[in-house]
Design a protein around this ligand. Structure first.
Ligand code: SAM
Length: 439
């Protein structure tokens, strides 16, 4: 029988999962032991039921696993295992366990935040600012993605730590940024050593900064138990552009590259003082950035990540280009996602129609629930960047607020800079509450 594309895609994904971590691969050996094997098969059967896989692949897996009664790997159909993974039985079984997330890394020492989304929405409705959730939630943990100079981290701590400390509640704050602290590129986005040291020494605060870390590649930190599985709040201030300004599932690579060249100028990879860098020709000047500056990840990956990592996601100081691309993926109707048409000031009012009018009429500081403007997307497309966890995500509630900085709400230095940028249109702040996850 000719091999279907679905099967080939699945097999590649399984092999990718198997090769992701040497530690996990070693750990997967013990799943073959007689004492645990039957319960692992049962868990695979359960995971398979909820997995969004192609029907043919699902059927082949279900057939191979049977009723979950196998006692040893030899009881499973070796030919089916080979067809599904390309591997001999033991290796195939271990690979499938990794694919379905049955191999845990070291247990995290940080508590996982866990509240029903309905409850989160109810509490947030009564709060002037989403970060005030830290004053009532049983777990008080924050993950700051693309944290830059840690200015937001500093403001958050100053605003909430005294109260939490007075109530003997520890604040856990983890910050991640892709900039390598040793790099000469990145300028003011590098956090000062003093700021890191200060945050690390505050009583009542468990602060960690992870530099040189891509937010879409956190598995090493997870395996080492450095991160919480889920945070009370996951936040991203001034999400990087162009990283999140173009969505690869909507725009082809050729369209993105052309738009980048048109709007930013010619660019190329170069060496700069011993490190890889991106050189962008801006008029007469050659600007130098980290080599990955123009890696395009898109809002779907960011939204997926935030939904999986936070009970609440807050995207602050989102510039116009990133905002409209995000919005296109939060709404159910596909007409907001025209294929291969980069958004621009001319087509935005046409694509978003009334929604565009309502949002651009919002006054600074005003908030609106997106559900009042259109039907929220039921579930975001799965994204290979967040592939290891298979369940689909969507949002129960999305609030949009106009402006960079709001009274009493901690903000980042980039958000504060918007106040001085007269030509830049005011940015946006989104508070997102993910739906409860399917088991
Ligand atoms: C516009 S700056 C904003 C910095 C800070 N959040 C603020 O508001 O001042 C974007 C930040 O995202 C970081 N970044 C970009 N892509 C990233 C990725 N894939 N993973 C982690 N950080 C990333 C950049 O290094 C940069 O520090």
């Amino acid at each position: 029988m000719p091999e279907s594309d679905d099967l080939a895609v699945f097999r590649r994904a399984v092999n990718l999962a198997a090769g992701e971590s040497e530690q996990k691969w070693e750990d997967s050996r013990r799943l073959l032991e007689a004492a645990v094997f039957p319960s692992i098969v049962e868990q695979l059967v359960q995971r398979l039921q909820a997995a969004p896989l192609a029907l043919q692949v699902k059927a082949a897996l279900a057939d191979m696993l049977g009723q979950g009664q196998a006692r040893r790997v030899q009881d499973l159909n070796g030919a089916a295992l080979k067809m599904l993974t390309g591997c001999p039985p033991s290796k195939a079984f271990r690979s499938l366990c990794l694919y379905f997330g049955l191999v845990q890394g070291r247990a995290s020492k940080w508590p996982a935040a866990n509240l029903r989304s309905e409850e989160v929405v109810r509490v947030l409705q009564g709060l002037a600012n989403p970060f005030d959730l830290l004053l009532t939630a049983p777990v008080t943990t924050v993950l700051d993605l693309g944290a830059g100079d840690l200015s937001f981290a500093g403001e958050l701590v100053d605003r909430y730590l005294p109260t939490l400390f007075a109530h003997q509640q520890e604040l856990v704050l983890h910050a991640v940024d892709r900039l390598d602290p040793r790099s000469k590129l990145g300028g003011p986005l590098h956090p000062g050593r003093d700021r890191i040291a200060q945050l690390q020494s505050r009583p009542g605060l468990a602060f960690r900064f992870y530099g040189n870390r891509d937010m879409f590649d956190l598995h090493e930190l997870d395996e080492a138990g450095h991160l919480a599985a889920r945070y009370t709040l996951a936040t991203c201030w001034a999400p990087a552009t162009p990283t999140f300004a173009y969505e690869p599932t909507r725009l082809s690579d050729a369209v993105i590259q052309e738009d980048l060249r048109r709007s930013k100028g010619e660019f190329r990879q170069v060496r700069y003082e011993g490190e890889s860098a991106l050189e962008v020709q801006h008029g007469e000047r050659a600007l130098i950035f980290p080599s990955w500056k123009f890696d395009i990840r898109g809002p779907v990956a960011l939204l997926n990540l935030m939904a999986r990592r936070g009970l609440v996601g807050v995207l602050g100081a989102v510039d116009s280009q990133v905002f409209w691309e995000i919005l296109a993926h939060l709404l159910e109707d596909a007409r907001y996602r025209p294929q291969n048409q980069p958004f621009n000031p001319e087509n935005l009012p046409i694509v978003f129609g009334d929604i565009y009018q309502r949002l651009t009429q919002l006054k600074l500081g005003e908030t609106i629930s997106l559900a009042q403007l259109g039907v929220l997307r039921f579930c975001l497309p799965a994204n290979e960047l967040t592939r290891t966890d298979q369940s689909a995500v969507g949002f129960r509630e999305v609030w949009i607020r106009r402006g960079a900085v709001f009274p009493g709400v901690p903000a980042s230095s980039t958000a504060r800079q918007f106040l001085h940028m007269r030509e830049e249109s005011p940015p946006w702040c989104l508070t997102l509450v993910p739906e409860d996850r399917q088991p």
